[in-house]
Design a protein around this ligand. Structure first.
Ligand code: GAF
Length: 393
């Protein structure tokens, strides 16, 4: 009933045979992958210096290829759902001219990483294959950035070993800011590099440190439900939210909302507009919820964890106002099913996915109920926490 997630091996095989088809029967020398992510809790807290608690997904982007001589790289995506040209030539000299209007858009993420790579950027030919749904709020962009970074590392061999994964994540984040115009936080790139099988990752986005929390239990599963809607607002509303958060912190004379206590938000009510107060209330309470959720996960208190997820959704809907009717509908349906522990929208919002924690023996009923009651056409992924980016060879 849920989607069959293709195995890493099958994606690698598809990428390798794609490479042979695209490049005269040659075999690629490098094979790497990077995963998408689902955020369990801690939404819109990363760019407020707060905590987030994502896990890496078994949905991954694979890149295979080899070094070339000269000034030109060739990248081919074999994904059919991509918009625009699938084969792109990138000249070394065009890398540092940031032009976000360049088509196809997907190649701008690759260019951004080539431009921000820490080390020598070789030229290459490569093929990309991905099982991360594009624009579904599961970080297809970060997976593309991180896989590109890993690919350059693979081509460079030992020379790349000394760079910290957090610095690589920052380079990919900068690529997204500059080449895609999306002022994202650090969560997506961080988890794509540092995720671990059977673990969630509590990330302190101020300190750029993280702790793995074991998250594997035979009795509960994580169900990701794609609403299959994406409202156009996403980009512009994201940067508006960022600015509103900065304004709230400034009005409270703090560096960021991380430094604001729940009681302090009340002080804002006298000096700030209602929107600003609501945004601050979401972020400050969400940071507290994320820490509580991490504590609950450590002792396998899934009931408490689920409650916090559901509270998070309410706060994102009412105070941060980044949900939409389809996501609210999916959460409401999920919460009506016996055996569901908690449910919330995940990622930036305005469409994309929900994440639901559910007892394993109720997951089929949950999927069947959503299929019957949701007004749109959903897609389901039953996901276990998976490994972060790796160089296979
Ligand atoms: C998007 C961003 F890319 C992340 O950095 C994060 O802010 C998230 O939205 C909201 O939590 O995925």
């Amino acid at each position: 009933m849920a989607e069959q997630i293709p195995s890493l091996e099958s994606l690698i095989a598809a990428a390798k045979s794609g490479f042979r088809e695209e490049f005269d029967g040659e075999d690629p020398s490098a094979v790497v992958f990077a995963p998408g992510r689902v955020n369990l809790i801690g939404e819109h807290t990363d760019y407020n210096d707060g905590f987030v608690l994502p896990m890496a997904l078994p949905l991954v982007t694979v890149m295979v290829g080899s070094r070339t001589e000269g000034d030109e790289s060739i990248v081919v995506t074999r994904n059919e759902d991509i918009k625009g040209a699938r084969r792109v030539k990138i000249q070394k000299k065009e890398l540092f001219t940031v032009d976000r209007r360049c088509e196809p858009k997907w190649a701008n993420y690759v260019k951004g990483v080539l431009a921000n790579y820490i080390g020598e950027t070789p030229t290459f030919k490569a093929v990309i294959v991905s099982s991360v749904p594009i624009g579904g709020g599961l970080s297809s962009s970060a997976a593309l950035e991180v896989v590109t970074y890993q690919f350059l590392d693979a081509l460079n061999g030992d020379k790349s070993r000394s760079v910290m994964p957090t610095d690589k994540a920052l380079a990919c984040q900068k690529a997204e800011h500059d080449y895609a115009g999306m002022p994202c936080g650090i969560m997506d790139q961080f988890i794509s590099f540092l995720g671990k099988k059977d673990c969630a990752l509590l990330i302190d986005c101020r300190m750029m440190t993280s702790k793995l929390i074991p998250f594997a239990d035979d009795n509960v599963v994580v169900l990701v439900t794609n609403s299959n809607v994406k409202h156009e607002l996403t980009g512009s509303e994201y940067s508006t939210r960022r600015k509103q958060c900065e304004k709230a912190a400034l009005q409270l004379k703090k560096l960021s909302l991380r430094d604001v206590a729940v009681e302090d938000v009340k002080r804002l009510e006298d000096v700030a507009e209602e929107d600003i107060v609501k945004r601050a209330r979401h972020v400050v309470t969400e940071i507290a919820r994320t820490k509580d959720a991490a504590d609950a996960l450590k002792v396998k208190d899934f009931v408490r964890f689920g409650e916090l997820m559901t509270q998070s959704h309410k706060s994102l809907k009412d105070d941060f106002e980044v949900s939409c009717k389809e996501l609210d509908e999916l959460v409401d349906i999920a919460l009506s099913v016996k055996g569901v522990l908690g449910s919330r929208m995940t990622g930036g919002g305005f469409g994309g996915c929900t994440v639901t924690l559910v007892y394993r023996n109720s997951v089929d009923l949950l999927i069947a109920t959503i299929k019957t009651e949701y007004s749109g056409i959903p897609t389901f992924y039953v996901c276990s926490p998976s490994d972060g980016a790796q160089i296979i060879h």
